[in-house]
Design a protein around this ligand. Structure first.
Ligand SMILES: [Zn+2]
Ligand SMILES: [Zn+2]
Length: 344
């Protein structure tokens, strides 16, 4: 998915004529801008790896411009040497020499969002087992004002906190997770969205939720809601904003400077009963399925292990970060092999 296309599309979210927003058909939601832009620009792993390198180069340039030498050096070192566990056709695991953990680093963001998925997917499954709830993906938006990014984020988070305290919300939702997405349009206005995986207790009229959102924001009623049919895919859609909350390639030095001032801003969190559940959860036998998944997701692959995709033994290939896109290209051009065939 192109970050450029995503943010350009999202910018128009709240500026659609009111008539087209008031009663979206089921189809209209499924055809929502986020999904459409992702689908239309499906890229290969090698293309994505190449884009990550470009994004990083761009960030390093901006950091140098701001005389943030330490940050630039850290970004430069991050994922510069890789140990790649591969069967030759598939890449099972990539272990970097160093991770900078900078919030906008595309490589570290990818790791972070994968960690979140590994942690929260089993918890979500267990939560659904313990409670009669179904997951939905809710996108909350707000009107654009002339304000800083910090103010924009604070505004939407405050509105959301107010929403979760209302009786309507408590009646229909049993908690969930949130993550932030922000973009900036060509007029310099910040567009901040909250992506929520919400656990819904029962159906409700979407118009009522719009009214509630309008009541807490004072001027925004634009939101989107769709049921999540595949929990893993739904969670992935939400946590991807943790790895790319915005289009960094359109970032200028001033944007980076502003972002550096937001040091402690959280990009992901849990709320409501799901939050308490995550703190206290001790798996019982009934949760075996969910926890089993956790173990398999977190399983550490080492050299000599069978490739999860074709069972061929994995070996450790050392390369520089810059060589990764080309290696992906090689794996993409070799024909796929079915699981198990190599041992029989
Ligand atoms: Zn990094
Ligand atoms: Zn393989």
């Amino acid at each position: 998915m192109s970050q450029l296309a995503l943010s350009t599309d999202l910018i128009n979210f709240d500026t659609l004529p009111a008539a087209s927003q008031s009663k979206p058909s089921k189809l209209a939601y499924l055809d929502n801008r986020v999904t459409k832009s992702q689908r239309g620009t499906k890229r290969t792993r090698s293309q994505r790896a190449r884009e990550r390198l470009q994004t990083k180069e761009h960030l390093i340039g901006l950091a140098r411009e701001l005389h943030e030498g330490e940050l630039a050096d850290k970004l430069d070192r991050c994922h510069s040497r890789l140990s790649v566990l591969t069967c030759g056709r598939h890449i099972a695991r990539i272990i970097p020499n160093f991770t900078c953990e900078f919030r906008l680093c595309p490589d570290c963001g990818r790791r972070r969002s994968r960690k979140l998925q590994t942690k929260y997917l089993p918890l979500m499954k267990a939560f659904m087992l313990h409670n009669k709830v179904t997951p939905v993906h809710l996108v909350l938006t707000q009107t654009h004002r002339k304000e800083s990014r910090k103010e924009s984020v604070a505004r939407i988070r405050n509105s959301f906190t107010k929403l979760t305290r209302r009786s309507f919300w408590k009646q229909y939702f049993k908690g969930g997770t949130w993550s932030l997405e922000f973009t900036k349009d060509k007029n310099g206005l910040h567009h901040t969205h909250l992506h929520i995986v919400g656990f819904r207790r029962k159906f409700f009229d979407i118009e009522l939720l719009r009214d509630e959102w309008l009541a807490v924001t004072g001027d925004s009623h634009v939101l989107h809601l769709k049921p999540i049919l595949d929990l893993a895919a739904g969670l992935q859609e939400v946590v991807k904003y943790v790895s790319k909350p915005l289009d960094i390639r359109r970032f200028g030095a001033a944007d980076l400077k502003e972002f550096l001032g937001l040091k402690n801003m959280r990009m992901f969190g849990t709320f409501g009963e799901f939050r308490d559940f995550c703190k206290d959860f001790e798996p019982s036998d009934n949760d075996a399925a969910a926890v089993g998944e956790l173990e398999s997701l977190a399983r550490d692959l080492v050299e000599g292990c069978a490739c999860p995709q074709c069972n061929e033994p994995l070996f450790d290939l050392r390369m520089s970060g810059k060589e990764l896109p080309q290696f992906y290209e090689q794996t993409e051009s070799s024909p796929p092999r079915k699981v198990g065939t190599s041992w029989n």
